[in-house]
Each structure stands twice: as structure tokens, then as C-alpha cells.
Design a protein around this ligand. Structure first.
Ligand code: GLU
Length: 511
């Protein structure tokens, strides 16, 4: 990581719903870029759409960001030198800037009603043309505008799109040209809605493109990293930078995230709220690792410590992330891959961490019925049991059931169980193993299980699969699973004998 630099980037969510996985990906690109360059990440809440923005959405987004263990340097709750960081607290600033454009003739009042505009938009669509505002209100004489405003008529402010093309030199997309005439005059402040307080006479709430540029400039952002769905906004934003004579930050528009059906990622093709993944027991590090690789790839032949090219720790990402690894092409969100990654992380974190992170799932599992059973056992017992079952599951939320099935509940037989006992040798192995276990003095330790397996093999003249799979099947009901020499000591001699009793009936062993 490099030392302090002037790099300033931002994540600017609109609190109109949950934190989308695509939003988290944008967060990560900016967060990692700031870390890599010793810069600052700013969290800015874009809530000028008062109809759709809600404080509770903002609160939930912040909670999810914290749960993902992500940080930021400046924001509504942590402050900073460039605040306020919530757009609804910055209305005066937007108003001043709108007034400046109005005075310079770069913006004008537009009295067209939403109905009129919809009609014009529909007419353009019918003719297969994109809608470009026809400039009706641009032609209004000054006196008429003043008269209409004085009489209380509502108006929005339209930006006068200059008659020229704009070119963006995008870090990811390369040269992007926005041709003259494709973007008509557009609103920078809305006409105040019924009952809505006017920010200033005749000027309502600022719209996203306007507020965003003003903030990006005043907050001295050096790079804007976001998804290419914002490229169409960029045309308007370039015009606003130009109108104020401001320098453009460097821009990077990465390819979109699509579902496995190659459609835009939405509720239709899977969970899109990061909160859903956290509540299902995905680990923050796995989510981060997975999302950052959707549209970004390390340059060169970096070899992660994990030994797997796609498993990268946060520290490694801090060292190697850069915008030159961002991809133009769309990335596919494959939840199976996320599961795989999560199982990788679940196996590699410490057992204390597994215990801590899975606690809430144990508490809520089966209406809390596991809690009592687990209280009878020591934390060491639970730790060892978790170590055994974590190799079998992918999510934290799947651990309680795995423990319940293997150690606590009456054993259930798997689909291959009865095949095992079609072999008469298997029945003999089961009977001899049970006898030897009954005769065991002392605890059923790992060594004791090994010795019992060995002696059973000798007495039954059996080895390999028929020996080991039979002992597994008659003690657990399963034909595969975690290491039996570790599972049986955790069950204890009495519980194993109880299981053998029940499973002997299933295996049709009558002796
Ligand atoms: N508030 C915008 C959104 O949530 C962010 C736009 C941007 O990154 O410029 O989509």
C-alpha cells in the first residue's frame, strides 16, 4: 500500500431500498482503490429524491456496510472536512449553484407540466426518436417568466445543453463520445411538488445529475468509479462540469453484473440484497472476495497465499487492486460460485471465529431447541464438532443442522445404507464391532476407535470398504461423512451403542 495521497473517491448510494450486491461491488472498487493509494473513501447519501428516500433505508445500508466490516473516512456519521455528507442537508449549496447557472443564462425556468412532457415523450417514441426537449420554455420572454413565477406557478430549472459534442476518456471504456444533439436541455432542479417546501422561489429539489456533480467537485473527488449503467448520466454530468469550468475527475465505468440468465441482476434471477446473503450465513470476506472479482481481475501473475488464484484476502486486495484490472465486459453473478467461496473461507477461518459467527444461527435453529442440548456440552465439544461438520457445509447457517443430524438427533440412514448390509460380511462386521464396543473399558477415545476398527477387522476377516464403511454405517446411519475416529469419541460410548441398537433394525441384523 502506498502512503498518503490526494486520492479521494466516494460511494454515493440513494437510500431508496436495500443495499444491492452491485452497489457493494461499487463500494469495494472505491474502497480498495483508496486503500491501495493511501487515499480517502467518502460515503455520501444521495437522498434528494424525497419521495423514494427513507432514513430507515439509509440506516439499514449503514448496518450492512458495517456488518461487511468495511470502513470509510468521511460520511454522515463520521464527519469530515467536506460535509455535510447527506444531500438533503446541502440544498442551499445546490440552490446557489443553480442560481449561478440561471444568472449566466446556462439554465432557464421550464413551466411545462408533467402531462405535457409525457405527451411529447410519447410522440417522440411513436416516431422512433429519442425524446429531446423542444425548448418551448427557452423562448419565453423574461417578463412572462417573472409574472408566472410571481403568480405562484411552479417551474423546474432546465440546463441548456451546449451545441457541441463531449468526449470522455474513461479508464475502463476508453474514448466515449457523446454526440451533439443527443441530450436535450434537461432538468437540474425539479418543479416543486404539491406540499413540498420550495428550496428557493421557483427552484425545487435538485436532481441527481446536478447534485452529484456539485458534490463530486466540492468534495474534491479525484476518481469516480461506478457501473456503466451510469454512462448515460455521464453525458449530462460532463456538460455541468463544463458549464462551471470545473476539472473533470478521472472516470472508470466498469461492466455490469448480470444474472446467470445474462439479464440484468434483479430479484427475478436471485437475491440481490447483500443483507439476504449475510442473514443466510455467508461470511463478509467471502462476499467481498466474490464481488470484487465480478468485473475486476488482478494484473500480472499474482499468486495469493491461499494457493487458489481466486481466493484473495483483504490485505492482498489492498496491495494489488487497481483500476487497470477493471473489466469492460459484463460479469456473471453465479451464486454457486459464491457458495463454493464461502465453504473455502468457512474451512480456513479459526474455530473460535466459526463459533462466534455461527452463534446466532444456533440460537434460532429449530426455534431454539438446540440451545438446551448444546448447553449440556462443553465449548470444547462444540468446537471439535464444528471442525468436523464445517467441511460438509457451505454456510454458517447450515452448521446447526449438520451438528444436529450427526450428533444430536436420532440417526437417519442415507440412500446407500441398505446396500452396505446386502453383504453378509457387513452384518458380521457390525455384530463384532458392537460386541467389542460393549466390552470396552474406559472412554471411547480416538485411539480406542482405531483399536476397535483394527480388532473387528481381524476377527471378521474384513478390511477396506466393507470394514470401514460398515462401522460408519452402523454407528451413524451414513455411508460417508467426517472422520469417524473423531466423530465417535464426540458421540461417546453410550450414544454410539444407542445408535447401533436403532440402526441394527434398519440393517435387518437379528444376530
Ligand atoms: N446515487 C447514485 C445511485 O445510487 C450513485 C450515482 C453515482 O455513483 O454517481 O445509483
Amino acid at each position: 500500500m502506498s502512503t498518503q495521497s490526494n486520492v479521494r473517491v466516494r460511494y454515493a448510494p440513494s437510500p431508496t431500498g436495500y443495499l444491492h450486491v452491485g452497489g457493494v461491488r461499487t463500494y469495494l472498487f472505491n474502497w480498495l482503490f483508496a486503500k491501495r493509494h493511501g487515499g480517502k473513501l467518502i460515503l455520501r447519501i444521495e437522498d434528494t429524491d424525497q419521495e423514494r428516500s427513507r432514513p430507515e433505508h439509509e440506516a439499514k445500508m449503514m448496518t450492512d456496510i458495517r456488518t461487511l466490516e468495511l470502513d470509510y473516512d468521511e460520511g454522515p456519521d463520521v464527519g469530515g472536512d467536506y460535509g455535510p455528507y447527506r444531500q438533503s442537508d446541502r440544498l442551499k449549496i445546490y440552490f446557489e449553484h443553480a442560481r449561478k447557472l440561471l444568472n449566466e443564462g446556462k439554465a432557464y425556468h421550464c413551466f411545462c407540466s408533467p402531462d405535457e412532457l409525457t405527451q411529447k415523450r410519447d410522440a417522440a417514441m411513436k416516431m422512433g426518436r429519442p425524446f429531446v426537449y423542444d425548448g418551448t420554455c427557452l423562448k419565453l420572454p423574461k417578463e412572462e417568466i417573472e409574472k408566472r413565477l410571481a403568480s405562484g406557478e411552479k417551474a423546474g430549472l432546465r440546463f441548456r445543453s451546449p451545441n457541441k459534442s463531449f468526449v470522455l476518456d474513461d479508464i475502463v471504456k476508453g474514448r466515449v463520445e457523446f454526440k451533439e444533439g443527443t441530450v436535450g436541455d434537461f432538468f437540474i432542479t425539479r418543479s416543486p411538488r404539491e406540499g413540498e417546501e420550495e428550496v428557493a422561489a421557483g427552484i425545487g429539489m435538485p436532481v441527481y445529475n446536478f447534485a452529484c456533480v456539485i458534490d463530486d467537485h466540492l468534495m474534491e473527488l479525484t476518481h469516480i468509479i461506478r457501473g456503466e449503467d451510469h454512462l448515460s448520466n455521464t453525458a449530462r454530468q460532463l456538460m455541468i462540469y463544463d458549464a462551471f469550468g470545473w476539472e473533470l475527475p478521472q472516470m472508470a465505468h466498469s461492466g455490469m453484473v448480470l444474472g446467470t440468465d445474462r439479464q440484468k441482476l434483479s430479484k427475478r434471477n436471485g437475491d440481490v440484497s447483500v443483507h439476504d446473503y449475510l442473514s443466510k450465513g455467508y461470511l463478509p470476506d467471502a462476499i467481498i472476495n466474490f464481488l470484487v472479482l465480478l468485473g475486476w481481475w488482478p494484473k500480472g501473475d499474482f499468486k495469493p497465499k491461499s494457493g487458489h488464484p481466486e481466493i484473495l484476502s483483504r490485505e492482498e486486495l489492498f496491495q494489488i487492486f487497481d483500476t487497470n484490472g477493471l473489466q469492460k465486459s459484463p460479469a456473471i453473478f453465479d451464486v454457486q460460485k459464491l457458495r463454493w467461496m464461502n465453504s473455502f473461507y468457512l474451512k480456513s477461518i479459526s474455530l473460535d471465529e466459526v463459533m462466534e459467527r455461527s452463534r446466532r444461527f444456533f440460537e434460532s435453529y429449530n426455534e431454539g431447541t438446540l440451545k438446551g442440548l448444546l448447553e449440556e456440552r462443553s465449548p470444547e465439544w462444540l468446537k471439535e464438532a464444528l471442525d468436523l461438520v464445517r467441511s460438509e457445509v457451505a454456510l454458517l447457517s447450515e452448521l446447526p443442522e449438520a451438528i444436529d443430524k450427526l450428533f444430536l438427533r436420532e440417526p437417519e440412514v442415507d440412500e446407500k445404507f441398505s446396500h452396505v448390509f446386502e453383504d453378509p460380511k457387513a452384518k458380521e462386521v457390525a455384530v463384532i464391532f458392537e460386541k467389542k464396543l460393549r466390552a470396552l473399558h474406559g472412554d471411547l477415545t480416538e485411539e480406542a476407535v482405531k483399536a476397535l476398527q483394527k480388532e473387528t477387522g481381524k476377527d471378521a476377516d474384513a478390511k477396506g470398504k466393507v470394514l470401514f464403511m460398515t462401522i460408519r454405517a452402523i454407528t451413524t446411519g451414513r455411508t460417508q461423512g467426517p472422520e469417524l475416529t473423531k466423530v465417535l469419541p464426540l458421540l461417546g460410548k453410550d450414544a454410539v451403542l444407542g445408535r447401533i441398537d436403532a440402526l441394527k433394525r434398519e440393517a435387518a441384523i437379528t444376530e
